[in-house]
Design a protein around this ligand. Structure first.
Ligand code: MEV
Length: 310
């Protein structure tokens, strides 16, 4: 019998990169974009390979031999942390989440698979255990992940997050209508995180100051979300983007989309996630949503997705 496990994508509203250095950050799930894994332990044609279909990707991952790339390594790591012998398992993962785009594809693929394997074995797993397993696999993708991506994806709720602390769920006083604009350029988070680390080592005082300012914006924005002050929240997003530019993690494509969103009336806009490519987000109102979406597409976004945080 085939069983399924799923997990949502995520976006970071405030604080990416600074969160790696212990500053607060805010992330929300995007429940309409998901990874779904199917597992069948009684399939007649047993396989030790697993097929992954993500946006523009259709590939096999070997479960019993060494395949060098991060996705294969993290899936094997998850299976081995489960203490499960995969031979004889027929499995596939279908995902709407583009890879290496700042939407948490790696963490969502692994979370969906672990959920399906656990169910196929008639076992129960707490979110806490699942989060710890997905964090371990994130280390293969990123090297030094803060843990925010796996946490928001596993718990699937808006969170205020500080590395090494328990997550704090947050509630928005007013719906946050967001557009997610995709540059279509894949950019591994591991590289941008490593570049920020080098920049920090070369210019510790300047970068420390930028990271502190990002942390302060995230802290202040939590209160704005909880009080429903969307105007100031939008300004904070744009300020956060400028600080991310100082960390060198933006790009021409991201800046073009951010500027296009602002020119079309967005309350604020910023890159989201590791940067360099991937996705940006814009805070919009019902009256500006259409114009901002059209403007993002005109400025080169390959897709625009709407999500509302409540
Ligand atoms: C990636 O979604 C967020 C980063 O801050 C990395 C991390 O927190 O591990 C860039």
């Amino acid at each position: 019998m085939k069983v399924f496990g799923t997990a949502a994508a995520k976006i970071i509203l405030f604080g990416e990169h600074a969160v790696v250095y212990g500053h607060p950050a805010i992330a929300v799930p995007v429940s309409t974009i998901r990874a779904a894994a199917s597992v069948d332990l009684s399939h007649p044609s047993h396989s030790t390979r697993l097929q992954v279909f993500a946006q523009d990707v259709d590939r096999w991952v070997s479960l019993d031999e060494s395949q060098e790339d991060g996705l294969s390594a993290s899936i094997r790591r998850a299976i081995s942390l489960l203490g499960f012998e995969p031979s004889g398992m027929a499995a596939a993962i279908h995902s709407d989440i583009p890879l290496a785009s700042g939407l948490g594809s790696g963490a969502a693929l692994t979370a969906a698979l672990v959920r399906a394997v656990t169910l196929a074995n008639s076992q129960y797993m707490s979110n806490e255990t699942l989060n710890a397993i997905v964090y371990e696999t994130e280390r293969i993708h990123h090297g030094t992940p803060s843990g925010i991506d796996n946490t928001v994806i596993v718990y699937e709720k808006p969170i205020y997050f500080r590395r090494g602390h328990d997550l704090e769920p947050i509630r928005s006083a007013a719906p946050l209508m967001l557009l997610i604009g995709d540059t279509g350029i894949s950019a591994p988070t591991k590289e941008s995180v490593a570049d920020v680390r080098r920049l920090y080592e070369d210019h510790p005082l300047e970068i420390e100051s930028v990271l502190n300012q990002i942390g302060q914006i995230a802290e202040m924005s939590r209160a704005l979300i909880e009080s429903g002050d969307l105007l100031q929240l939008g300004r904070n997003m744009t300020d956060n983007h400028h600080l991310l530019q100082e960390l060198t993690v933006s790009s021409h494509s991201l800046d073009r989309l951010v500027n296009a969103a602002l020119a079309a009336g967005a309350l604020g806009a910023k890159l989201s996630g590791g940067g360099r490519g991937g996705n940006m987000i814009a805070l919009v109102e019902p009256t500006t949503k259409r114009a901002v979406s059209d403007s993002l597409l005109d400025a080169g976004a390959v897709r625009v997705i709407q999500t509302t945080v409540t």
